[in-house]
Structure formats: C-alpha cells, structure tokens
Design a protein around this ligand. Structure first.
Ligand code: PLZ
Length: 447
C-alpha cells in the first residue's frame, strides 16, 4: 500500500526508486553551478539536489526517490510536506506574513508559547521566547540564565553540539569542522566530561561525580549561571547518558543555584516517543530548548522555562526581526496538533521496535558495529575496529555512500565521525524501514 499526494504536477509514492546513477545528470549540473557561487564552507554531504518530498520520501531532480532516514537532520519529524502544515502556513501567508512581534503582536506567537508551556516538562508556570534557529535559542537561554543568576559561567559537556554562532561555537565540542580557525571564542564557557557509557563504562552516578567534581574544581558552582546539556547528544553521536546521570546533574544544579538547561533541539518534539527526551531520564529542566521538529521545516525555535527565570530579562532584552514569524508559528501550531491527532508519540516506539532488533541482528553479523543505542526515532550505531573502541569512520563513509547509491539517505554523526544515526520521520512505514535496513545489510556486506 502506498500513500500518495499530489504536491506539484506528479504524485509521490512512498517507495524507493533509483532511476539514474547517484548523483544523476541534473544533480551534477546543479552541483557545478553551486560550486561556482556557493561558499565552500557550506559543505555538501551528497551532491544530490532535491525537487520534492513527501512523508518519508525525497525525490531528486533526476527523479530518484530516496528513503529519508535523516529527515533534514531531525526536522521533518511529522513527515515531509505534511498536509496540515501546508494548509496552516498557506492560510497564514494570506493573512499576515510578518508583523514583528515586539511592535504589534499576533495570536500564533502566543499560541505557540501556550503549547510549549503545556508540553514541555514541569508542572510550574512557564514562559517562552521564540527565535529563528537552534543556535539562537541556545544564545538566548544563556543570556536569560546569566541575567537571572547574575553569574557569568556556562558549563557544557564534552561531545556536545550547540551551534555555529560565536557563543555556541564556544559551547560546541568538536573543533573540526565547527570551530577551527574561527576564534577568538566567547569566554566563560567551561567544557566538562560527559557520560558516554560505550566509551567510559561509568555508571551514571560515577560519571556525574566526575562531571561535578570537574566543574567544582575548575570553575566553582558560585560562578556558574547554567549547565547546558543535550539529554541525548545529537551531532555528538546519539550518546545516551548512563542511568541517573542527568538527574544527578540536575540535583547538583538545583542545590547550587545553577540553571539547568536542556538543549532538546534534536531530541525534543516527539522524536523519542515523549514530547521531550528529558522525560525518559526523570529530569525537569529549568529551561528547555526547542527547534528543528517544531514546525515541519519552517524556521522557528524556542526557549521555554520557569516563569521567574524567563522574566529575568528587562523589556527589550530579547527579540529579533523574524523571531516567531507568523507563518512559522502557524506551522508549529499545526505540528503540535498533528502529533496529538495522529498519536505520533507512539510512532517513535514503533520505529524503535523495528530498528533496534534489526540493528542488533546486524551487530551479530558485523563485529564492526560496537554499539547500538538510542530511544524512539533517534537510534544510532557506532562503528569501531572489531572488539576495540578504535573509531571506524572509514566504514561509516563507505556505508553512507553505498546507501545513497541505493536510494537511502543516511546521516553520520559523532566526534570521531564513526556513528550512523537514524532519525526518520515518524510517518515512515515499517516496510520502508525494513527496506532501508536491507540496503544497510548489503552496505555492510560490501565492505
Ligand atoms: N543544539 C542539540 O542538534 C543543530 C546542525 C547541522 P541550528 N544540529 C544540526 C549543521 O551542520 O549546522 C543543533 C542541535 C542541538 C543546537 C543546534 C543548532 O541549531 O538551528 O542549526 O542553529
């Protein structure tokens, strides 16, 4: 059974179809044009150019149909060209496209803040500020935490990714490609060891003790405004912390007046089967950050937190021209609605139920799969030299290239570039997932 919608002139069937070499001639021609005019710093994981997409299928300019296991890095959580998102955004476009919320308000911004207050963890009064991008949300959360605490320090965890702006570059772990040569960086940012069970073998309690001791000795809690942590690290390689780790960090933050900020830009908005991944770990952040999956591909991001913290900034201290744009806000309202209406939280569990056993079976077959981890529709495998922790990035490159040749879009991740992550749309069917897993098996066999 295929799900079909007419978005332009041709229907998009939910099936994989490779009709040219990958990249095809039209993509190659576009890539040549791009190379002449787009800055080289904007990298290209795959020189394939997209024309259309629907559900879990992306169609390129040569007519190849890919099973999309990356969802634009976790953005198209409810599926590409979702009908409800298109309808809401189109209707809003005709009403008002831009107003500048700090000049004249509009309902959709307020409604998104209400929905965030309702769906983010915690049973207390919450307030939000809307922004354009994930990095901007991180920046604003730090501003607010500093203003609230009157302290300068920002603590982050090893292997974290928080963005590409000056402050967030300083907060991001990996030098290449994110930081190298782009300094000087913002000061008062402190990197502490994280919990990485596959590599450190530590219990949550021991890993938390290591993080906390490090921060107490190298910074001192009284100089820290906030600790920013991704409940499941995204770009860092879908690193799921050991049991009890995040809760211990939160307890320490609370005891020391440090604002605990969960960067849920990749892990939030239903991706792990809860509205926010924090819920899996029993933590209730003081501030939670949302972006990526919130608006079906339209750019909008949010900082949501305890009302008394969020109100720390003086009027005029937070904002931005396009921040909380009405069209993006309308799309976000549609996404919240669709997640509830279609019970998409349950779909993440279904996807985990297909991916995890299949990946464990592959692990038995291919000893370079050192670890299978993740929750819901946020699953990864870490590739190593067999029976060691030695990263195997070459295998990841070969496998993602093989998959692309065979019509499957797969993303890499990880500090060592040795992780393959699966973050499909929650709309993907079991049969498409199984087909993609079949291609993955062939990719491993081809090594
Ligand atoms: N925090 C946890 O995952 C964005 C970056 C892709 P922006 N991750 C994808 C790239 O190469 O630029 C991300 C994230 C977490 C913050 C961000 C930053 O979000 O919307 O890309 O600014």
């Amino acid at each position: 059974m295929t799900d079909t919608i007419v978005v332009t002139t041709h229907p998009i069937s939910q099936e994989r179809r490779v009709v040219t070499a990958i990249p095809g001639p039209q993509s190659l021609a576009l890539h040549a044009r791009r190379t002449a005019v787009v800055a080289s710093g904007v990298s290209s994981a795959l020189p394939v150019y997209v024309e259309r997409a629907h559900g879990a299928i992306v169609v390129d300019v040569d007519g190849n149909q890919f099973i999309d296991l990356g969802a634009g890095i976790g953005v198209m959580t409810i599926g590409h060209t979702d009908e409800a998102v298109i309808a809401a955004a189109a209707a809003q476009l005709e009403l008002v496209t831009h107003a500048m919320f700090t000049i004249t308000g509009y309902e959709s911004y307020v409604r998104v803040a209400e929905l965030l207050a309702q769906h983010t963890p915690g049973d207390f009064a919450k307030k939000s500020v809307l922004l354009n991008s994930g990095a901007e949300a991180v920046e604003n959360a730090v501003k607010i935490a500093r203003k609230y605490t009157g302290r300068p320090g920002v603590a982050v965890l090893d292997h974290a990714y928080h963005g590409r702006t000056n402050l967030t570059m300083a907060m991001t772990f990996k030098a290449m490609p994110y930081k190298s040569g782009f300094g000087p960086f913002a000061s008062d940012v402190h990197h502490a060891p994280n919990s990485y069970p596959f590599r450190d073998g530590l219990s949550g309690a021991d890993a938390a003790k290591r993080t906390i001791t490090y921060l107490e000795k190298s910074v001192g809690a009284s100089d820290l405004a906030c600790l920013v942590a991704e409940p499941i690290q995204g770009e860092g390689g879908f690193v799921v912390p050991a049991d009890g780790y995040l809760a211990a960090l939160q307890d320490w933050c609370t005891a020391n007046g440090v604002v605990f900020i969960a960067d849920e830009i990749q892990s939030g908005m239903a991706r792990t089967g809860r509205w926010y991944a924090s819920e899996h770990f029993g933590v209730v952040p003081d501030i939670v950050l949302t972006a990526k999956g919130i608006a079906g591909g339209l750019p909008i991001a949010a900082v949501t937190g305890r009302a008394e913290i969020m109100d720390a900034s003086h009027a005029g201290g937070l904002g931005g021209t396009f921040a909380g744009n009405p069209v993006a806000a309308a799309a976000a309202i549609a996404v919240f609605g669709e997640i509830e209406r279609r019970n998409l939280l349950a779909e993440a569990g279904r996807i985990e139920g297909v991916l995890k056993p299949a990946l464990h079976a592959l692990q038995l077959k291919y000893p370079i799969i050192g670890d299978v981890r993740g929750i819901g529709a946020m699953i990864a495998i870490e590739l190593v030299q067999p029976a060691t922790l030695e990263p195997n990035a070459a295998a990841v490159s070969a496998i993602t290239a093989f998959a692309a040749q065979h019509g499957v879009l797969l993303l890499s991740a990880g500090t060592f570039g040795n992780v393959i992550r699966f973050l499909p749309s929650l709309a993907i069917s079991d049969s498409l997932l199984s087909e993609a897993l079949g291609v993955l098996d062939e990719a491993f066999a081809s090594l």
